[in-house]
Structures are given as structure tokens and as C-alpha cells.
Design a binder for this molecule. Sequence first.
Ligand SMILES: *Cc1c(COP(=O)(O)O)cnc(C)c1O
Length: 708
Amino acid sequence: MTNPLIPERLRRLPELAADLWWTWNSEAREVFRRLDYPLWRQTAHNPVLMLQQLSQEMLNLAASDARFLTTYDGALNALDAARNARNTWWQKKFPDATGPIAYFSAEFALHQSLPIYAGGLGVLAGDHCKEAGDLGIPLIGVGFMYPQGYFHQAVSPEGWQQELYERLNWAQAPVEPAITPEGQPCVIAVPLGSRSVLASVWRVRLGRVQLYLLDTDLEENAPWDRELSARLYGGDRETRVQQEIILGIGGVRVLQAMGVTPTVWHLNEGHAAFVVLQRIRDLIERGESFESALAEVRRTTVFTTHTPVPAGHDAFPFSLVETHLAGAWGTLGSYRDKFMALGDYDNGSGPMFNMTALALRTAGATNGVSQLHGQVTREMWGPIWPDVPDDKRPVRAITNGVHIPTWLSAEMLALFDKYLSPDWRDAHDDPATWDRVMGIPDDVLWGARNALREYLFAFIRERARQRWKDEHVSAARVVAAGTLLDPNALTLGFARRFTGYKRPELIFHNPDRLLGLLNAARRPVQIVFAGKAHPADETGKHHLQQVYRRAIDPIFGGRIAFVDDYDLHVAHFLVQGCDVWLNNPRKPLEASGTSGMKASVNGVPHLSIGDGWWAEGFTGDNGWLIDPKFSGDQDATDAADAEALYRLLEREIVPTFYDRDSNGIPRRWLAYVRRAIASVTPRFSARRMVKQYAEELYSTAAGKTTPV
Ligand SMILES: *Cc1c(COP(=O)(O)O)cnc(C)c1O
């Protein structure tokens, strides 16, 4: 560590490094790349850490390099504009909207240097916040600053996942203590059982948007309380309910301490539903009745549910909730039974206090995350509305989307700048913008696809080389890491949480058939896998082990790779660099899925079961639908789905990819690439999604039902 002095001319460099807005602004990224490219790569793109390790010489040089300074000034001007822009979409659409929107989530995936996310839910939350900033929506995120984050994944020689927790070094992360309007570091107290637990608050900047993250690791707290926020999804049920009390009740108190008065409260998943307890209590303290307080909370609360998998909905025994809520009631105490009834739900194993039920009964508007998931949610939670028929239940659908500036590769960005209309970035959620993708010349588009595949393999090889060099792993494991992958071969990507319903092993259903595909002379197929299993999901770990065993098995000829420690960084390379993105969940358990959207916008067509977003995203020619002709019980369904998958690969995908003209260009393939980009980018962008949240939910909750 050199901790160089920042030259006066580059005074705002630390500010630029600490505002995660840089992650989706190419000029700001360019600033750090140019400063010291090897160090940029070595720190996995962490500019806060970079600025500590950079040599004084390099910095001084940069401060007197005219070209560098132009980029630097440009990036800072753009940052100021992003923070303060007037006339944003939101301001134009809702000129008299007042207070901010509070967005509560247990995880946020913003960048790999801030490991406070596990997977899809966090990515969705992160993308939502980034897009809200781009649209000028005054959104404030509330979540946890887990000092040990989510685990890093290693894989044993036998293929078993090992979970490594690393303490985050605050000084190397883009966070800073939140300071109250009175000028003090923000610390709040949360009642937990008969004691009071303190939480300090960290601030993350994202241009116009900010996040406040709670952290109970304070000296004043008892050792076990300091550990409460240590890990994301780390502890047992008891830890979990306590975390959720801190997030919900503590989160409301953080906003009060920071002088923030939201007009809309958005609960992203049921984890934060105790927000409503604190809010009802506050309203009663101000003289309202329980009923009018509940009505007010309903009017201003928006809830998004994210999974049809029952285990994904937190439910606790009543006694556990009562124990830990003992100190939280205050004036709400006389309505305690009424409040507890709001969470009462029997999911088949007796009545429990169910966080999703609490949210469904206290939010004025609820949505699922795809059309299909909206429908599944209305059926699944029917008992909440005993007298309301299916299609009248108050659950709408807002299909997920991905933040385009975050997920689009630099290669595609450059092509779009050159071949689309000049305003394409602003108009990227307008389908008409994408007609011009058809005009990108074949050779140029193919060049970009090849470059992206090359980057992926360079990344994979470098990681394998590091393992070989630093950890002395066996040669078989170096192969399993992907070193024998062929940069010209058709590459399927499968990267997601390892869990039963996602069926990571489906493609191995008939090994001979798969081997035929992998080893076909002159038109081989290869597969790159990545993903973590939840620490408590033994089935998921078993699937991972089975996939890993194939990767090290010579029979598969080095054409199956497993890339460990899947995170945002790995995801970027994979969704951009593969040729086809494979997704084969057991329908209808995938609520939406988003990795296929990230792939499609980069010209990587989706090959998927018609579940989640693909049920509405597949147009017939922008990817492939795994559509079995018959099925029955689980085994029969797996067999039929696998059969449909093999047929698509054998008859359509492989022949199309390898059908080349005299210049070696796969013209028919590129038609898929174009249609994937043009059909998916506008409709499954976070821009379309967040506008929909704003128009359908935020504006109504804020009492602005008539946008101009
Ligand atoms: C996008 C993403 C996910 C979610 O992908 P799904 O398709 O929803 O499974 C999970 N993890 C990471 C790191 C991602 O980038």
C-alpha cells in the first residue's frame, strides 16, 4: 500500500472513486483504466483500493497529461450532472411529486467491491436503484452493510463447495459513515427482545441515489448482537428474525434520523415487512386509531414478491416473533393481537408468522416480477383474500428488467453509438430505437461477438493460471477451470444459483447424446458453468458436485468448465462472452430470471424453458424455447425437457452457428443475435421496468394519480 498524495488538479478523484455511479459511466471507467490498467485489473476494478495502491509517480504523471485530464474533467462534469440534473424524466412526468421513495431490500448488488448480495434479488435491487437515478427519481435505498458479506466460493478437489467468509476492509469499499443533518454520525437504537441494539449507518452513493446500510458491529453492543448483521443469509431462524426486525424497524428509524420523510415505502421482498410495524406505531403515537394508521400505511406501501418457491418466504413460529418483538410495541401494544394477525398464515405446516402475508395484507399494491409470476402469486396466496376470485386479487405484474448501462459490453456500446440514432441511450426502452440494429454490418457484429468470447476465455484462463500458481491445484482442476476451452467453439453458458428447481444437471440427462454434441468433428459444443449453492442447500451443493465431477472427468474432453465464485464480475464476462445462454428451471418456479436478459442484450440468444420472463420474451425467432411435447411426473418432465433441449441443439442451434459463408461469417446466426438484441433490450430494460413502477405504483401511492 502506498497511499499516494492526490495532486490538487485531481482533487476530486477519491470522490469519483467512492461514488458507484462510475460503474455505469464509460468515461468515468476510462479514468481509472487509464490511471494504471494492470492495477485496475488486479484490484478487480475497485478504484477505492486502486487509489491506495497507485504509485505517486503514476498519479503525478496523470495530473499533467492533457488527454487524461480531458477524460477526468468530462467524467466529473457528468457526475455533477447525474447528481443534480433538472428536467429529468421523473420531474417532467410528475412535476408536483414531493418526498422521496424509500426502497427496502435485504441485499443490493451494485459492484463486486461491495459484497452485500447473494444473487438475483440483489441484482434486481441494484439495477432498480441505478435506473431510478438515471430517471431522476428521488429514491433512497435501505439495507444492511454485512461486514462479512456473502461467502466466497471455493470448490474442493472432490467438487464440494466450501464457504469462505472474509471480513470486508471498510477502507477499501465505496462506503462512508452516514452523517445526520445535525452533523453527527448516524447511530440508531432498535428494540430487540428486552434489550436495545445499536446500529451504525453507512452511506453508499450512486449519483443522485443514496443507500443507507445498517451495521450492528458496534463496541457498545453485546458480542452476539455485533454478529447480527455479520453475514447475508448466514444464521439460523433466530438470527434471521432479528435481522429482519433491525432492517424494518431500524430502517424506519434511520430515515427519521437522517431527516428523510418518504412519500412511498417500497418493500422489495418480505424481509423488510416490519417497516409497517414501526410506521403503524408512529402513526398511533400521533393520535391515529389502529385502523386509520393501517389505512395510511396501506396507501403508501408498495410490495414486490419475488418467488413462487415456498421456502423463499420467511415464516417464523409466533413465539419466536413475540420474543424478539417484546420491546418494539410502545403505543401499538394494545393492538398487538391485531398486528400479529396480519402475519398469520398457514403454509401447510400450521399457522406461522409469515413475512409475505404481513406484506400482502399491509401494502396497498403488490406485484409479481413477470406476467406468469403475477398469475402464480394470485393463485398461491389465495387464502389472503378468501372472498376474492383469482383474477380480482390485488397482485399485478411488473416484469423485471436489467440496467442496460451496467450490463452492456463496451463492444456493443461502441456499435450502438455508431449505428443507432444519436439519442439511442435516452430512448433505449423504445422498441423503435432498435430497428437500426438490423443495419449493423454482419462482419462488424461478428467481430464484436468474437472479441467478447475471447475476453471471456482470457478471463477464465487467467483465473485458472492464478489457481495453478498460488494454490498448486491439480492439472485436472486446471482443466476443469476451463483452460482447454476452444475460443472458436459454440459456447453455452449456465450460471445461476445451484438449487434443485433450476436443474443444473439437466443437460447431462443422456450422457451419450451430450458427448455426441461435445465431440462432434469440426462443430463442437462446450459449456461453462458457474454459481453458488446457498450454504444451507444440501441438494444444491450436491448438484454442484455432480457438475464439477463432469468438468474434471477426461471423458468430457475439457469441454465442460466450472468457474468458481460466481459474482457480478464473473457474471459480466459470462453473459457477454458465451454464445447461447441456457436456462432450464422446473416450470413455474422461476419467477422471472434476469441473467438471460443480460445475455440477450449483448447478442447472446436465450435457450430456455418458457418460464419466468421467457414466457413473454420469446418471439419465435429471438432465441429458442425448450417446449416439450409431453410430460408427467417429475422424472418424465425432466426426460421430456432434456429431449427437447437436445433436439434444439442438434437440429437448430449447432447447425446455425456453424453455417458459414465464404468469409467464415455465420449469417443466419447473426440474424438471431440481432433479433435477441432488438427484441429484448427495450422490453426487458430496467428503464421500462422502473418507469412502470413509477407510473403504476409510486405515483398512485404518493397521491399523484394523474401524470402529465
Ligand atoms: C443476474 C445475476 C443473477 C440472477 O440470475 P438469474 O437468471 O435470475 O438466475 C445471480 N447472480 C449474479 C451474480 C447475477 O449477475
